[in-house]
Design a protein around this ligand. Structure first.
Ligand SMILES: Nc1ncnc2c1ncn2[C@@H]1O[C@H](COP(=O)(O)OP(=O)(O)OP(=O)(O)O)[C@@H](O)[C@H]1O
Length: 257
């Protein structure tokens, strides 16, 4: 579904590159998390995949075709919601379709359908300032889903939410992803979030940003009750991720001295 091959990224040619030989694959219907310490280049990698940022070298393929810019098969959800304050929930949810030139009646009908799906049908005429953070992110999710992408790219989408809301939205996301058969690349700092949601966890290292581990989350799904946290594999994965992150944090701290 998604192949990122030997991607390198420099923001400033006078400085060492941020990403070097960055490679990853996301299969059809697969949920892959990108876990790594702050500043390792997770957002940079995700923006390159989205097409919002150009790589210095390397290639990105979606469904076997070179992907060099925003396209209809990819949608992104940001941590900061990125809603227009002057648009209602419905108009915000319809925005991606508006950009695609979908006629007004059709885009509003489709946006309304996706607001229903994320549980926000009754708030469609509210403005972002009248919605909670969790509700605003439901709008962000509806906006991404409304374009009916095959690949959902998510940059710490629940990072700004309280723990309970975060859990609710994680559950909602898994339900929708399974229903729609979506592939997901999900950036997070949270080991628990990565284990709970993912089929695979890609751990990134620092200096330069690259993949240092690709870990299958072979814990049975759905992980709806708390029993999954009692599995041996959960404890192993948690330790493994924690140790990998700690080693990279030490490297980053050493480089910053
Ligand atoms: N537009 C830019 N111009 C120059 N440097 C940038 C730019 N965007 C990011 N960087 C640098 O690239 C590096 C990686 O940043 P990026 O945001 O991709 O990391 P991250 O892993 O997503 O971090 P965090 O987890 O803190 O969000 C950082 O050193 C950052 O300062």
């Amino acid at each position: 579904m998604l192949s990122v091959i030997n991607v390198t990224k420099s923001y400033d040619p006078a400085k060492p590159p941020i990403l070097v030989d960055f490679n990853l694959e996301v299969g059809a219907g697969e949920f892959v998390s990108l876990l790594g310490p702050s500043g390792c280049g997770k957002t940079t990698a995700l923006r390159i995949v989205t097409g919002l940022l150009e790589q210095s070298d390397g290639e990105v393929f979606v469904n076997g075709e070179a992907s060099n810019g925003p396209s209809r098969d990819k949608a992104i959800v940001f941590q900061s919601f990125n809603l227009f304050p002057w648009k209602t929930a419905l108009q915000n949810a319809a925005y991606g379709l508006e950009v695609q030139g979908v006629p007004k009646k059709e885009r509003l009908a489709r946006a309304a359908e996706y607001l229903e799906l994320v549980g926000l049908g009754s708030r469609k005429d509210h403005f972002p300032s009248q919605l909670s953070g969790g509700q605003q992110q439901r709008v962000g999710l509806a906006r991404a889903l409304a374009i009916e992408p095959k690949l959902l790219l998510m940059d710490e989408p629940f990072g700004a939410l309280d723990a309970l809301t975060r859990e609710q939205l994680q559950g909602l996301l898994l339900k929708i992803v399974a229903e729609k058969g979506l592939s997901v690349l999900f950036v997070t700092h949270s080991i628990d979030e990565a284990i709970y949601l993912s089929d695979r966890i890609i751990v990134m290292g620092v200096n330069p940003g690259r993949v240092i581990a690709d870990l299958p989350v072979d814990i049975e799904k759905p992980r709806t009750d708390s029993n999954w946290r009692a599995t041996e594999r959960y404890a192993e994965l948690r330790d493994e991720c924690w140790n990998l992150l700690q080693s990279q944090i030490k490297i980053a701290a050493g480089a910053a001295k």
